[in-house]
Design a protein around this ligand. Structure first.
Ligand SMILES: C[S@@+](CC[C@H](N)C(=O)[O-])C[C@H]1O[C@@H](n2cnc3c(N)ncnc32)[C@H](O)[C@@H]1O
Length: 331
């Protein structure tokens, strides 16, 4: 079978690596997508263990169309027989009328039971895939508390990978605990079992690959309400992590390890830019004075930290509409 998984632009190589590790054979990587082949049951494994992909689709057609009515020539959907097509269309540089494409796609089915068909269009090129995921995998199902600036867990997973952490790290601006929880699940080999999948029975056979050791993961957060929220999320996610109220500018009071992995305030959604730059300066000073030789991995839309530390890795990421960077610095 051929599959397609969309992911965040900038981490496609990580998504491909994860898919290979889970048993997929990579056919090609495109901006925001990985296309691969594998046995039929691969989609269940990737939905369950995939931390770097947004969904898994079974490809049912790929080709070029000149007009909307060409769709049926490109998409061959045996599984659509007797089904009702719920179509989702994403277009890049494509000039087609969405409504007409939807009408064409709906003609592929003729029943009551709904299946979701994704159409990704780039110019005249179209890829059609039957969705196996439902709600995107960034929704891990453990977020009982919602932080106003919470990080997409897929990016948290990518940051953890870049950081090179082994069994300990701190997130000094931990908010609702996304990086902490992702880290714990990554260490223990815990799959996406806090969410409900459609056709859940397909996933029953899959068990978490539990690591018996425990990591040491610490979160520091200035706002009490977020500390409480992070504790609730960690509890729901069965993540044994420590979360304390504190100030990132005084991090050495609480932490003396080597891996700092964080998503500081951007000064865009919360607070203002001037205050945030003062905070960055103070935080950088704390790093310089007390964490020499450690690694700081962060996601941030500003380049200011490049003035302070040596860059080990820098990636440009499309974070929603915002251009952002994941950095790994050596302090
Ligand atoms: C972008 S949010 C982090 C969101 C988090 N990654 C999540 O997914 O929920 C940044 C957090 O830093 C906290 N913060 C701001 N200044 C701080 C400081 N000096 N020390 C610790 N936390 C601080 C804010 O309250 C906010 O919760």
């Amino acid at each position: 079978m051929r599959f397609i998984s969309p992911t965040i632009e900038g981490i496609e190589d990580f998504a491909a690596e994860e898919i290979s590790r889970l048993g997929g054979k990579i056919e090609r990587i495109e901006k925001g997508f990985v296309i691969y082949t594998g046995p039929d049951e691969l989609f269940a494994r990737i939905n369950y263990f995939g931390k770097m992909v947004e969904r898994v689709g079974i490809i049912i057609g790929e080709g070029e169309i000149k007009k909307e009515s060409n769709l049926e020539k490109v998409i061959q959907c045996d599984t659509c027989e007797g089904k009702k097509i719920n179509v989702k269309i994403e277009m890049k540089k494509a000039k087609f009328r969405k409504k007409e494409l939807e009408n064409e796609a709906r003609k592929l089915g003729n029943g009551e039971v709904e299946i979701r068909l994704f159409l990704w269009l780039d110019g005249e090129r179209v890829i059609g895939a039957i969705d196996t995921t439902g709600e995107g995998l960034h929704n891990r199902g453990y977020r009982v508390f919602k932080h106003p600036a919470s990080l997409n867990p897929i990016l948290a997973a990518a940051m953890l990978k870049i950081s090179g952490w082994k069994n300990e790290f701190v997130d000094p601006f931990c908010g609702s605990g996304t990086i902490l929880i992702e880290g714990y699940h990554q260490f223990k080999g815990i799959g996406n079992r806090f969410r409900k999948f459609p056709n859940w029975e397909k996933y029953r056979e899959i068990r978490d690959m539990r690591n018996k050791e425990e990591p040491e993961i610490l979160g520091v957060e200035k706002e009490k309400k977020y500390v409480e929220g992070a504790i609730l999320n960690a509890k729901k996610a069965e993540a044994e992590v420590k979360i304390i109220e504190g100030d990132a500018q005084l991090l050495s009071k609480y932490y003396s390890g080597n891996y700092i992995i964080t998503n500081p305030p951007f000064g865009l959604r919360m607070g203002n830019k001037k205050n945030v730059f003062t905070l960055y300066e103070n935080f950088a000073k704390e790093m310089e004075e007390n964490f020499e030789g450690s690694y700081l991995t962060m996601i941030i839309p500003h380049t200011k930290f490049e003035n302070y530390f040596r860059i080990e890795e820098k990636r440009e990421i499309k974070y929603g509409k915002l251009k952002s960077y994941i950095y790994k610095f050596k302090i």
